[in-house]
Design a protein around this ligand. Structure first.
Ligand code: SF4
Length: 163
């Protein structure tokens, strides 16, 4: 966020979002907030809250929509699916036990939000990776962000399970 006293988004301009086609999942979800978790019996749960903030003009425009119509309209299926895959890290037993992530774990986690950095890390032949990567995955790394993201989640799970 921009340090302007309002924590403004660096991508907002006078004419709107400058990265609209690639805006993050949270922006697509707004004015909903989505929470998801998996219970010990393996069941997946999700819940939503509606944020009715006065600066959001969308409430006075268009027809009312239910949650599934809104998610479809905002093309959220893949964003939610990937967020749910990340739950394996966020709800890892060690995190639940109160483990404070170490610097290396934080570095890998943050790199999932800067995929080009993570791609370069994985493609650097001088770094010995702690997980095995198939030839197919290695070939797709250069161009497929989903393969990259899933590898990152796998890597983090592996690192968290080492202790
Ligand atoms: S939609 Fe999201 S990325 Fe775009 S300007 Fe708003 S907060 Fe920033």
């Amino acid at each position: 966020m921009v340090d302007d006293g309002h924590a403004s988004c660096p991508f907002v301009t006078a004419s709107g979002c400058s990265v609209y086609a690639g805006r993050p999942g949270a922006c697509r979800t707004y004015p909903l907030g989505r929470g998801a978790f998996t219970t010990p019996d393996g069941k997946h749960h999700e819940m939503h809250v509606l944020l009715t903030e006065p600066h959001c003009k969308g409430f006075s425009q268009g027809a009312p929509q239910d949650i599934s119509a809104w998610q479809k309209d905002q093309d959220l299926a893949l964003y939610n699916a990937m967020n749910d895959e990340l739950l394996a890290v966020l709800q890892h037993p060690r995190i639940k036990e109160g483990h404070q992530p170490e610097a290396r774990e934080v570095e890998i986690f943050l790199s999932l939000y800067t995929l080009d950095t993570f791609r370069n890390l994985l493609l650097d032949a001088t770094i010995a990776l702690p997980i095995s990567i198939t030839d197919s995955e290695r070939q797709q790394l250069a161009t497929d962000d989903l393969v990259l993201l899933r590898l990152g989640i796998r890597w983090l799970n592996h690192v968290l399970s080492q202790h």
